[in-house]
Design a protein around this ligand. Sequence first.
Ligand code: CU
Length: 196
Amino acid sequence: MNGKVLMGMTCFLVTLAFAGSAADLKGRVLDKDGMPLADAVVYLTSKNPTPVTPPSKPAVMDQVEMTFIPHVLPVVVGTTVEFLNSEKAVIRHNVFSPTPCADRFNLGYFLPGQKASFTFKKPCRAMILCATHQEMKAWVVVLETPYFAKTDGQGVYSLSVPPGEYTLSVWHETRKTEHAQALKVSANQTLDIRLP
Ligand SMILES: [Cu+2]
């Protein structure tokens, strides 16, 4: 093996090693008073987007005691979401979305133990409603990036991302516009994000 080939291989291996090392990004999403915001979706996009691969198994949004669980479901484009009905009583749900990028789908009525599904083919902030229970509301946040996380009850998010330059965005149902800021990721870091 000559020196040139060896050097080429070494460069290739170093590149591989670098591409494989992801940095951990974590922190909290807070409102302007410093109170934590649950169910916010934090996601990173870049000029060279990473293609997304929908999961082979569907994502799940259940309905229990006339509540959608989870309240916010972030997925990548192409993901099929199964809507379940896990009511103990005989309660019919009729899941639909009034949102155009979710084709204003309407899954019709289904009973406990039955399910219906929809595949989200476009980036979307799809509002999910039930035609029979006006108080029921949820969101499917359809993203074009694999780098996202949802905040927990304490407003905490955590994700892993390859080093690089990104736009960090935050969606929250109470905000009309999404927060966006430039972010350079080079190592593990903690970042609290305040929404106006
Ligand atoms: Cu319902």
